[in-house]
Design a protein around this ligand. Structure first.
Ligand code: TRP
Length: 334
């Protein structure tokens, strides 16, 4: 039986991924790559919807890809590639944009938030059509399953709408995909401000754990994480957000239940608990970090692996694109 297609992507927006990306995306992708025919893209065309420095963008793209591989996404098993290396993404995005209502795109809450933040004249048209490019990413591969965070759910809904619209206007062409939304239990908060989502744009970096940070820095950040005065290791998201967040990380990285961790640390202080968590995080991050840095030492080899995977992606994408051209009435070059 052929495996169902899975597609997901991440922007090359930082030098290092943080633990939220690791738990919320990479670990899940790694676990899903056997059951699905998985495609994972570093979505650099999405990244340029806001201004980027060219040299830094290239570096972040390689770094993001290296961290995917180091975390266990296998380029011989999954198709792991850079979005801009497969031109079909941009080509299909154009066609889908002609089927997208202006008002429909205006209702995307992420665009509304971002354009409010940057102002109308500093918001590019590319930022506006970002969700259409995302729809193209997904639909090109006849994707069945799209694992994403909660914030991307609306974009996957738009993708479904566009697939259905195209299919009913031009005939069955696209698989209509289903979002798989990341569990609330996989949501990671800032160690210093545990009611805000952990984010690299946080004012203080003391509460953000990066995969590629020096491991001693990571250990220190954990030991200094904000807790509370209650002194018991117990999961209570409302009353004890700091401890709840640390428990979430502990459980996610070990695959254990929160209850078993609460039991282990019953009657013991936060110091013990943090040391336990520190050891868990260090054991998890150390090999991933080492592997990522090793991959980055040979960028030519990394680029070769990515190019090979882009060829594989192109082959699958061109099949869909040919069908789309045919249905829409674009004259294929003979
Ligand atoms: N917009 C997604 C994010 O910021 C990244 C992305 C681009 C994506 N294309 C995708 C995710 C296709 C899933 C499927 O998280």
């Amino acid at each position: 039986m052929t495996k169902a297609r899975l597609f997901s992507g991440m922007q090359p927006s930082a030098d290092s991924l943080q633990i939220g990306n690791y738990i919320g995306a990479l670990m899940q992708w790694r676990d899903m790559q056997d059951a699905y025919d998985a495609f994972f893209a570093v979505v650099d065309l999405h990244a340029i919807t806001v201004p980027q420095d060219a040299a830094q963008l290239r570096d972040k793209t390689r770094r993001t890809a290296a961290q995917y591989i180091a975390a266990g996404i296998e380029p011989d098993k999954s198709t792991l590639y850079v979005q801009s290396q497969v031109p079909a993404h941009a080509e299909l995005a154009w066609i889908l944009s002609t089927l997208t209502g202006f008002g429909e795109a205006q209702r995307m809450t992420q665009f509304k938030d971002k354009s409010q933040r940057y102002g109308a004249d500093s918001s590019s048209v590319g930022l506006f059509t970002y969700p259409v490019l995302m729809a193209a990413d997904i639909l090109l591969y006849q994707t069945k399953v799209v694992p994403v965070g909660d914030d991307q759910k609306q974009h996957v809904e738009l993708t479904r709408t566009l697939a259905e619209r195209f299919n009913s206007r031009f005939g069955e062409t696209f698989q209509v995909p289903d979002p798989v939304i990341q569990k609330e239990t996989a949501r990671i908060y800032d160690l210093q401000a545990p009611t805000s989502k952990m984010s690299k744009s946080a004012e203080s970096q003391a509460g953000v754990l990066y995969l590629l940070d020096d491991i001693n820095v990571t250990a220190k950040k954990i030991m200094r994480a904000v807790t509370d005065n209650d002194g018991t290791v117990r999961y209570d998201r409302e009353a004890k957000p700091g401890v709840a967040n640390l428990l979430t990380i502990y459980a996610a990285l070990t695959g254990r239940t929160v209850e078993s961790i609460e039991d282990e640390y019953a009657g013991r202080g936060y110091g013990d608990f943090k040391k336990g968590l520190r050891d868990v995080v260090v054991a998890e991050f150390e090999p991933v970090r080492a592997r990522a840095l090793e991959l980055l030492e040979d960028p030519a080899e990394l680029d070769r692996a990515l190019a090979q995977n882009a060829d594989r992606a192109s082959e699958a994408a061109e099949e869909t694109l040919a069908a789309v051209y045919e249905r829409v009435g674009l004259l294929r070059r003979g």
